[in-house]
Write a protein that binds this ligand. Structure first.
Ligand code: RP5
Length: 161
């Protein structure tokens, strides 16, 4: 077991951290133990292999993988672990993240990647979806997640100004 780590957040580059930190912030807020690692499918393929191959055995329950451009990371990770992989398309400079989105979402049948929105909303929702998955077998987390959602609801003003 990996010190109780339940969620692994991996990203293709340190430049993805500005996006992926929003996933980490949500997991922090919900009290979900997680780890964050730079794991590039292109530049550090051996690191990716080792991470994905050992993740389930280390006790992880969900992997959140963010990448931009030719974003192979979530799909390659999913190919090497039975754990659910949630993909976050990072907004790229050249194509505004459409390249990231399409390369993550268009997995061939047989190896799923749950694909979220481009950028910050996707990172936030990946963490909330990971929390929802974990909450199906964790009553205390389910209560925290419901409280988080109620706080969000209460923060939405009815009047526009
Ligand atoms: C991908 O290439 C990364 O996920 C990142 O989004 C993109 C650009 O990486 P850097 O050139 O900024 O390191 O692998």
């Amino acid at each position: 077991m990996a010190d109780g780590v339940q969620v692994g957040i991996i990203m293709g580059s340190r430049s993805d951290w500005d996006t992926m930190r929003h996933a980490a912030d949500i997991l922090d807020a919900l009290g979900i133990v997680h780890e964050c690692r730079v794991v590039s499918a292109h530049r550090t393929p051996d690191r990716l292999y080792n991470y994905a191959k050992t993740a389930a055995g280390r006790g992880l329950k969900v992997i959140i993988a963010g990448a931009g451009g030719a974003a192979h990371l979530p799909g390659m990770a999913a190919a090497m672990t039975r754990l659910p992989v949630l993909g976050v398309p990072v907004e790229s400079k050249a194509l505004s993240g459409m390249d990231s989105l399409l390369s993550i979402v268009q997995m061939p049948g047989g190896i799923p990647v749950g694909t979220l929105a481009i950028g910050k909303p996707g990172a936030i929702n990946a963490a909330l979806l990971a929390a929802a998955m974990l909450a199906t077998t964790d009553d205390a987390l389910a209560e925290r997640l419901e409280a988080w959602r109620e706080t969000q609801t209460a923060s939405v003003a009815e009047m526009p100004e």
